[in-house]
Design a protein around this ligand. Structure first.
Ligand SMILES: [Zn+2]
Length: 270
């Protein structure tokens, strides 16, 4: 419904002022959804703040969907969509984020770590230990209609790995998720948002259809999609500013290859 309205109003002034109507889709990055009082990396939003943020998106005619769905959708309809992603596969997704997403009629991509079933975020030196989804939980996420993507096996900086290790992180995690959900995942997400050409090539050759970064710079492509980090502090004006910044930076459609001539290593916050 929202998408139809957006398509009809494509030339209206209010629509021209909405930068997310540009061709590069807008994708938001969440991590944990729970009490954010102890959160040194700014990766946690409360369920209530998520509810407010999704309300804000809906008020602007945007519906949250998973990235595969977002990329599949033709441009005219995509104007009414925004990608929602949840990195690291925190166990709080099922109890806290999913009910809020459902209330707003939204879907999302959850990037899980099938090498750490029921584990914790050991890779973070600071902050609380946050439980991760078990394999059974990953099945429940898929059964709830959410897209399950891979964040690798163990949450490692992929640029530091040997070719063999990199192959395991990309290929084996894809196969494991396929075994769990019955569907080989289309999406990959680089841990810490860190990538280089070798890593994007590995994601592509492992059979994924797209991969998410944070700020991929000149590596921008379908295998290095930019995303916008969302925090507990993000409310109306800040969200509007982030939407605007995304639109100003990314007017172009990501190609299948990188635009950079030289090797490039880019990173992000998480
Ligand atoms: Zn991560």
């Amino acid at each position: 419904m929202a998408a139809d309205r957006s398509a009809r109003c494509a030339d209206a002034p209010s629509s021209r002022l909405r930068p997310h109507t540009r061709r590069q889709p807008w994708i938001l990055t969440y991590h944990s959804v729970t009490d954010p009082s102890d959160d040194p990396y700014g990766i946690t939003v409360s369920p209530r703040r998520l509810d407010e943020q999704l309300s804000w998106l809906r008020s602007r005619g945007l519906t949250g969907v998973g990235v595969a769905e977002l990329l599949r959708t033709e441009a005219a309809v995509r104007r009414g969509l925004v990608g929602l992603t949840f990195d690291d596969g925190y166990a709080d997704f099922l109890g806290e984020a999913l009910p809020v997403l459902r209330r707003h009629g939204c879907r999302a991509t959850v990037f899980v770590l099938p090498g750490r079933p029921g584990g914790v975020n050991e890779w973070d030196p600071l902050g609380p230990r946050k439980p991760l989804l078990t394999h059974e939980d990953v099945r429940r996420v898929a059964a709830a209609g959410m897209e399950v993507g891979s964040h690798g096996l163990y949450h490692q900086d992929l640029t530091t790995l040997t070719d063999q290790e990199l192959g395991r992180e990309t290929r084996d995690s894809r196969a494991l998720i396929g075994d769990l959900t019955g569907t080989l995942p289309e999406g990959f997400c680089y841990p810490y948002g860190i990538l280089d050409r070798r890593v994007t090539a590995a994601a592509r050759s492992a059979g994924y259809g797209y991969a998410c970064a944070l700020a991929p710079g000149p590596l921008l492509s379908r295998f290095a999609l930019p995303r916008t980090h969302i925090s507990q502090a993000d409310r109306g004006v800040r969200l509007w500013a982030k939407d605007l910044r995304h639109g100003l930076r990314h007017g172009a459609v990501p190609g299948t290859g990188s635009r950079a001539a030289a090797p490039e290593r880019t990173g992000g916050r998480r």
